[in-house]
Structures are given as C-alpha cells and as structure tokens.
Design a protein around this ligand. Sequence first.
Ligand code: SAM
Length: 254
Amino acid sequence: MFVQKLNDGIFIQKPVKTFHFTDETDIIDISCSSSDSLLSETDQHLCNDNCALIKVKEVLDPSFGMYVWPCAPVLGKYIWHNRKRLKDKVIIELGCGTGLISVLAAKCGAYPILTDSKKYGPVFKIAEENMKLNNIDCKDFEIQELTWGYITPFIIRNRPIDFILGSDVFYCPKDFEDLIVTVSYILKKSAGAEFWCTYEHRCSDWNIDYLLRKWDLCCREISLEDFGADRFSVAGHDLPGLKTISLFVFSYAK
Ligand SMILES: C[S@@+](CC[C@H](N)C(=O)[O-])C[C@H]1O[C@@H](n2cnc3c(N)ncnc32)[C@H](O)[C@@H]1O
C-alpha cells in the first residue's frame, strides 16, 4: 500500500488487483497482486480469444467509485461471455468508477466512453490510470462527465451507441429516476441498443417497474448460470454478496 498525490488531494492506493476473465471456471487464484505479482508483466496484459487479464488500481477513499464493487466482475463475466457482440461497437459506461468494465470492453474490441459524476471525487483520474495500466491507447477510449438526469451537450451530440454498461449503478433510490431518464434518452436515440446492468439487492422494497413504464423501457433478467457467474468466485475474486447480485438487460420499449 502506498500514498499517492492526485490533483484533489492525497490518497492511499491499495495493491493492484488482477481480474481474470475466461470461458473456463475461474481456476487461477490471482485475487490480489502488487509488486509480488503471481503473474509476469506480460501475462497481466494478456488478452486473446481465450482470456483477458486486467489490472485495476484502487484507492482507499470513501467515494463510491474508487474501488471495484462486487457487481463489476459479474458484469465483466457477462461481457466476456458476449465478447463477440462488442467488437467494433461503441459503448457508454455509466458510473464507471475504476473503469474495470471499460477496460474489458476495450479488450473485447469496443470503443468505450467512460462516464461518471464529478461530484464523487477524482474518479476520472483513477479510471484513466487504469486504462493506461492495461495498455489501452488514449485514442481508443474517451472519458466524459455524465451526471444522471442531466441532458448535457455531450449526451445530445453523441453519436448513436450500441451498448450502455453499468455495474452497481442502482444503489441509491433517490437517483433511480435520474439514471433511468439517462438510459431511456440514450436508448431512444440508438435503435437496437441495450443497457447491460448488474444490480446488488440491498432492500426488498426497491422496485423500478413504475419508472420503466414511465420512461418506455423494458428489462429482462439473465440467469447468472447462463454465463458462469453463479459461483462464489468470479474473475478470480471471491464475492461475498454473490447470491444477491442479478444481471438485467434493458431496451427501449417502443
Ligand atoms: C457503487 S459505485 C460502482 C462503481 C463501479 N461501476 C463498480 O461497479 O465498481 C457507483 C458509481 O456511480 C457513480 N455515481 C453515483 N451517482 C451518480 C450520478 N448521479 N451520476 C453519475 N454517476 C454517479 C459513482 O461515482 C460510482 O462510480
């Protein structure tokens, strides 16, 4: 663990984590690595038809986006399972946090637009660092501020996209409608686009059915079993909340 100075202050950086996406059961134990990494430098950047190894820096900070949430490897597993669909596609990641999902999307041949809110600390800095750490060239991705519920010039001008990706973005009920408005706006502009989202069940009272109808969206749940995420360890990491995570695919309903 070491201390790093970012633009907005000093942060404690945690050891770099490595996530391992493959079609096989997650057999390699690489849960945490730093200078004493279990994998060689070359291996850690590996991405081929059979597996992707992704490094992520996290920061000890109360901001939501500075570490990888348990939903992220589950969404990553779904992306990996559907990687052929992402090739040469444009994706927007909402609430990108550390950027793990966008790194993986880029490794699958997509052009990711990472977005988050400036309200939540220097999240863009850590996301950009993680893109570079995984050798994603700066011409192959972009980072934009996107606070849910705001229709900003970026979102108005932006070209149609193919997929929206969001890991653990439904976590604060006061933001649910803002998030759904943003998703609905983008999906309406992008015929055939889908929103892939992992959700951690935190409260049985939460329900978005009414908001989906109001903003012309429909959604279907994909069983974790269908893409090999129905286990305690996903992408080389133990998931304490695995049984409470679901994956949903949203689309425009009209
Ligand atoms: C629970 S964290 C998940 C981070 C990351 N997707 C992951 O799974 O590791 C939620 C993310 O949404 C972002 N966020 C929260 N409220 C937001 C808002 N109103 N507009 C845009 N992003 C927001 C946070 O900054 C954070 O990165």
